[in-house]
Design a protein around this ligand. Structure first.
Ligand code: ADP
Ligand code: MG
Length: 343
């Protein structure tokens, strides 16, 4: 058995921020790292900015938090008053006028659906939950029940009207949700706002969906570590992140074994069957929104199709961990000192 198997390595990302370094700038002030951790969008966010002093650092962190909260109010499916909920409430009834921002996000989500041939689909949200991953499902549900569970899913039935700025879900019972793209989008927007306000460097990390820019105060790159999720002290490889997003979709606990095959809790929205083969998918690309959506898509596609797909995309790389804890990377990634397969 290889060393990798013994350590049950998975490409969970863990961000190490090496703080304490500082650099003098002309007027004698020192650049420092300021951080805050809090719950937003139902997830843990770790926010990091580089600033000259505590007052500025705090102001920047507050700014990022306000921006992420604003996005949460726009895209939340839990809040019955969000524009997203209004779209869902009016499925099969009437088009709903939404902010340009939400309209554009939905437009991009549909583009990703087309790119992934439906593996990614924000209308996954209407799926009936016939699969349970708590040990109670002992055998395959019937073919008919599986087919029925995804009857209302289909991005083709999301009707956008650019002129009126409306979104219409054609069929009653249809629903959209941003679970696989929202955190990435929020990270991108928070970063963009900070950059606009002159913050030269930082990291927005939404539970493993992160977007980093600039460098540490001492000029060194921010680094992410590929670690063993069962023992986060075990670092297998370090990678610099420079003006880049890195997103991991991991899946270690929720699965079910049926007929000897291991199925995960992410369901293929086209078929209703749980995806299989991928234990963890990490995507590297320019923005966290795309990385977030692609990480989820790879789960649905499986290892071979997922890798082929990523290898065809310019500026996108990935690290996958399969069901046997084998690490597979896309063409242009090299992990030093780790046994990997590249295809
Ligand atoms: P996490 O945010 O837990 O790291 P992901 O980014 O992979 O995981 O998103 C998983 C979430 O995405 C699910 O909880 C669900 O809300 C949503 N989702 C599941 N399957 C799909 C799909 N095929 N297309 C779009 N969204 C999905
Ligand atoms: Mg995702």
């Amino acid at each position: 058995m290889s060393k990798i198997n013994r350590f049950l390595l998975s490409a969970t990302l863990f961000l190490f921020v090496i703080s304490g370094y500082s650099q003098g700038i002309d007027d004698g002030t020192q650049l420092q790292v300021f951080q805050r951790t809090l719950k937003l969008m139902g997830s843990r966010f770790d926010l990091t900015v580089v600033a000259e002093n505590q007052t500025k650092g705090d102001a920047y962190l507050d700014m990022a938090i306000a921006e992420i909260s604003r996005i949460e109010r726009l895209i939340s499916s839990w809040d019955p008053n969000s524009q997203t909920s209004k779209i869902n409430q009016n499925a099969g009834v009437a088009p709903v006028k939404v902010d340009q921002e939400l309209f554009n996000l939905i437009t991009r989500a549909i583009k990703i659906s087309k790119l992934t041939q439906g593996a990614f689909d924000i209308s996954y949200a209407s799926m009936d939950r016939i699969w349970k991953f708590d040990g109670s499902v002992m055998k395959m549900p019937s073919e008919e029940a599986i087919k029925q569970s995804v009857a209302k899913v289909g991005y083709q039935n999301i009707v956008l009207n650019q002129e009126n700025g409306t979104v219409f879900l054609k069929n009653e019972g249809m629903k959209i949700g941003f679970g696989a793209i929202g955190k990435g989008y929020a990270a991108d927007r928070a970063k963009a706002l900070l950059v606009k306000n002159g913050v030269a460097s930082g990291i927005i990390n939404a539970s493993g969906d992160l977007n980093a820019w600039g460098a540490q105060p001492d000029g060194k790159d921010w680094m992410v570590a590929i670690v063993n999720p069962l023992n986060k002290d075990k670092v297998f490889s370090w990678l610099p992140v420079k003006d880049q997003a890195v997103v991991t979709s991991g899946n270690y606990e929720k699965f079910v074994i049926l007929n000897g095959e291991r199925y995960t809790h992410i369901i293929d929205p086209r078929t209703g069957y749980p995806s299989k083969g991928v234990r963890s998918a990490t995507i590297f690309t320019a923005n966290a929104e795309l990385a977030d959506a692609l990480a989820t898509s790879i789960f649905v596609m499986g290892v071979d199709t997922g890798l082929d797909f990523v290898n065809q995309l310019k500026g996108v790389e990935c690290i996958l961990v399969d069901d046997n804890n084998k690490i597979i990377t896309s063409k242009n990634i090299a992990l030093k000192g780790v046994e990997t397969q590249s295809r």
